[in-house]
Design a protein. Structure first.
Length: 73
């Protein structure tokens, strides 16, 4: 099972993975979404960073869970 997780992480970090387009898209969405909530640029930056990290880790966790489920079943 650990080998499967290592393969997923290797695939996610490879340069030819098209999911690298996700990161700039998520960053732009985070900044625009948080800019509608706050007026202070410092608060926008911190909230956007928190949003970006939270969404990215959630998507990574979801990808790992779905990959492991696809291997098991």
């Amino acid at each position: 099972m650990w080998e499967a997780l290592v393969r997923v992480l290797e695939h996610l970090t490879s340069a030819e993975n098209p999911l690298w387009f996700y990161y700039p898209l998520c960053a732009v969405v985070a900044v625009v979404y948080k800019a509608t909530k706050f007026d202070d640029p410092k608060k926008i930056a911190l909230a956007a960073l928190h949003f970006f990290v939270t969404v990215s880790l959630g998507m990574l966790a979801l990808a790992v869970v779905l990959y492991v489920v696809s291997i098991v079943f």
